[in-house]
Design a protein around this ligand. Structure first.
Ligand SMILES: Cc1ncc(COP(=O)(O)O)c(C=O)c1O
Length: 381
């Protein structure tokens, strides 16, 4: 049955009542977050009962609005996503107070990171990145044969912005992960502005990609998003994702905010129609859902404080965290601990060289963290 543009937009959640349009699978939509932990999972994807604290995912999954919009969209699965993209771009632009021309969508923010590496690095234009940080930008650059300059984090696990700025001269792109994964550290507004200013002065042709995947989890009052800077400054791009606080890692949706000219450059590197109509509908329904975002922030804060108290009570140093994960200094190789946790049904983060003694633990639900800390207690004893 043909669907008019109005019906279509309404099914995406922008039409008020359309948000709760009759879903194709009512039981799935009705389940939302309240109906308990039962989730459909392909058998191969996760062993029963495994507590997954290894990938900084959101244990609660998408919110009720996102699920309702997604299931309401199943009837559009035969259509290419162009119109649904327009609707999400408009919703993202409204959420940030920017123009549609400032927004570029991606299949997860990973696609944005890849586009930036392709667009801005080259055989003579290096990527400057940190160690450790989120690795895909360096991996993309290496795949393309473009040089990568790696700057270790400092003793406080913070990105060494002075050293990164000094190494940026002549580079094509600086990857600035704020907050940084896996160290969970964040830089405040003054430090971000000083860094951007330093790179601008010493290397005006270098683009800076500020990855704000964990933006919603930041508690540091000195922090501000770099979105307002990116809209004005053609050399700054901000990436965001629906994979973390919005609980949609498996749906694959993210975006960049950039100056209109920079956004136009990035669009050329995009795989057209890379985000499915289901992800677009869910993202549209959730991007401005303040109540859901705040509920997720509270849940993460509570479970994170519980987990931090456990490790500190056990005598371990825990790094500062403005994210949904913690770094714990085990003062020894974490690999045997990881394997023992895995054997006891708890998956924790992989090694992140050069931080050879640190363990990364993603924050699950409070109940998951209660169970996990019982295992940690036994394994670390
Ligand atoms: C810092 C950072 N950026 C980007 C991503 C990629 O997220 P996605 O492609 O799911 O948006 C992640 C995922 O863990 C991340 O930690």
């Amino acid at each position: 049955m043909p669907v008019s543009r109005r019906q279509f937009v309404s099914s995406l959640g922008l039409g008020g009542a359309g948000l709760l349009a009759a879903p194709a699978f009512p039981a799935l939509a009705a389940r939302g977050r309240e109906a308990g932990p039962a989730r459909w999972r392909p058998a191969a994807a996760a062993e029963a009962g495994l507590i997954r604290l290894d990938s900084n995912e959101n244990p609660n999954g998408p919110g009720a609005r996102a699920l309702a919009a997604l299931t309401g969209m199943l009837g559009e699965a035969n259509r290419y996503p162009d119109a649904a993209e327009e609707v999400l771009v408009a919703a993202v632009a409204r959420a940030h107070g920017v123009g549609a021309e400032n927004v570029v969508l991606g299949a997860g923010s990973s696609e944005i990171l890849r586009m930036c590496v392709e667009a801005f690095t080259g055989p003579q234009r290096a990527l400057v990145t940190a160690a450790p940080t989120f690795e895909p930008p360096a991996e993309f650059a290496q795949l393309l044969g473009h040089p990568v300059v790696t700057v270790p984090v400092d003793a406080a696990l913070r990105l060494d912005l002075d050293a990164m700025g000094a190494r940026a001269a002549g580079a094509g792109l600086v990857f600035f992960c704020n907050p940084n994964n896996p160290t969970a550290t964040v830089h405040g507004e003054a430090a971000v502005r000083a860094f951007l200013g330093q790179v601008r002065r010493t290397s005006p042709a270098t683009t800076i990609l500020v990855d704000e995947a964990y933006h919603e989890y930041v508690d540091d009052p000195a922090y501000r998003s770099a979105v307002p800077i990116a809209v004005e400054d053609p050399m700054v791009v901000v990436s965001r994702t629906f994979s973390k606080v919005f609980g949609m890692a498996g749906l694959r949706c993210g975006y960049a905010i950039a100056h209109r000219d920079t956004a136009a450059t990035l669009q050329k590197w995009r795989l057209g129609s890379s985000v499915s109509v289901l992800a677009l509908a869910a993202a549209t329904a959730t991007v401005e859902d303040r109540a859901h975002i705040e509920a997720e922030q509270r849940a993460n804060r509570e479970a994170k404080a519980f987990t931090r108290a456990f490790f500190e009570g056990a005598g371990y140093r825990v790094g500062p965290s403005d994210t949904n994960f913690l770094m714990i200094d085990l003062r020894r190789d974490p690999q045997p601990v990881r394997m023992a946790c895995r054997a006891n049904g708890i998956a924790v983060g992989r090694p992140f060289p050069p931080l050879t003694n640190w363990l990364r633990v993603s924050i699950g639900t409070l109940e998951e963290m209660r169970q996990a800390t019982e295992v940690f207690r036994r394994v670390l004893a």
